[in-house]
Design a protein around this ligand. Structure first.
Ligand SMILES: [Zn+2]
Length: 258
C-alpha cells in the first residue's frame, strides 16, 4: 500500500452516528484517481478511443503504479455493534466513494488527458472478491448452510452440486427480484439481509453478475482439486473408467508455471 504514492488529498466525511460514536470515511476523489491512472503513458498509449476488436492486452494491467488507493474503510470489530449496522456502514462507504460512477455513467463527463478532453463514461465491469466479500457486496447471507448461499443465483443449496439440475429451472439474482423481496419484507426467502443494496441505484451493472470470485482464493480453498475430482467421478459415471486416462493425459500436458 505504501508504494501507491499519490499527491491527491483525502476527503473526510461522517458516515454514521451510532451509540454516541461518530464514524468517518477518509477517501480520495474517484475521478481524480481514474485520471491519475489514465495519465500513465503505458496506459494512455494503448487507450482505445475508437471502436476496435479487443485483441490487444496490456501488460501494465497488474503493475503497482496502475493502482490507486481510494480510501481507508473502517472495519468495526466490536461485538457491541450489530451486524446489520456493520454491513450498512460498508454500503454507505461505497455509496460515497462510487457516487461519481453513478452520476457519470448516465450523464457523460470530460476528462483532461494529455491536454486533450476525452469524452468519458465511467462504469464498473467486474469486482474481484473472495466468497465472504461477495456476500458483503451482494448482501446475501454469509452462512454456507443458508437456503440460497450463492450470491449469483437462486439455486437451492442442495441443488448446487446437482448436475442434473435443469438450466431452465435456474433463476438468477437481479435488481428486480431482490428489490421485490426486500420491499415485501421477505428477504429471508432468498437469503438476503434486510439492508438496501447501494448497487440497486446503478443502472448499468448487475452486482450479482459483476462479482467474480478470484482464482487465488479458488485455489487456496482447494476448490480446484474438488472440481477436478467431481468432474472425474461424473465422467466415470457417464462414460466408464477409460475416459479418465484421456483426462489424465490432458492434465499432464498443462505446462508448469513459470
Ligand atoms: Zn449460483
Amino acid at each position: 500500500m505504501n508504494n501507491m504514492k499519490s499527491n491527491l488529498s483525502y476527503k473526510k466525511t461522517k458516515v454514521l452516528d451510532y451509540d454516541n460514536t461518530e464514524y468517518f470515511l477518509y477517501y480520495m476523489q474517484l475521478m481524480s484517481c481514474i485520471q491519475k491512472i489514465l495519465e500513465i503513458s503505458d496506459i494512455s498509449q494503448t487507450f482505445a478511443l475508437e471502436y476496435e476488436e479487443l485483441y490487444k492486452t496490456t501488460k501494465c494491467r497488474n503493475r503497482q503504479n496502475t493502482k490507486q488507493l481510494l480510501g481507508y474503510l473502517l472495519i468495526i470489530k466490536s461485538s457491541n455493534v450489530r451486524k446489520e449496522i456493520k454491513r450498512q456502514l460498508f454500503h454507505k462507504y461505497l455509496d460515497i466513494i462510487l457516487e461519481p460512477i453513478q452520476t457519470f455513467s448516465e450523464k457523460e463527463t470530460n476528462l483532461l488527458l494529455n491536454n486533450k478532453f476525452i469524452w468519458f463514461y465511467p462504469n464498473i465491469s467486474t469486482i474481484i472478491t473472495d466468497w465472504p466479500e461477495a456476500a458483503t457486496f451482494c448482501l446475501t447471507y454469509k452462512l454456507t448452510k443458508s437456503k440460497y448461499p450463492c450470491h449469483f443465483c437462486l439455486v437451492k443449496k442442495n441443488n448446487l452440486t446437482n448436475t442434473k439440475h435443469n438450466k431452465k429451472d435456474m433463476k438468477l439474482r437481479n435488481y428486480e427480484n431482490m428489490q421485490y423481496y426486500y420491499n415485501s419484507n421477505e428477504e429471508q426467502i432468498v437469503s438476503i439481509e434486510s439492508i438496501p443494496n447501494i448497487f440497486w441505484k446503478f443502472k448499468n451493472i448487475n452486482i450479482y453478475k459483476a462479482i467474480v470470485i478470484d482464482r487465488i482464493h479458488h485455489l487456496d480453498l482447494e476448490l480446484f482439486n474438488y472440481q477436478i475430482t467431481f468432474t472425474y467421478n461424473l465422467l466415470k459415471e457417464l462414460h466408464g473408467a477409460s475416459i479418465l486416462d484421456k483426462l489424465d493425459n490432458r492434465l499432464a500436458n498443462i505446462s508448469r508455471f513459470p
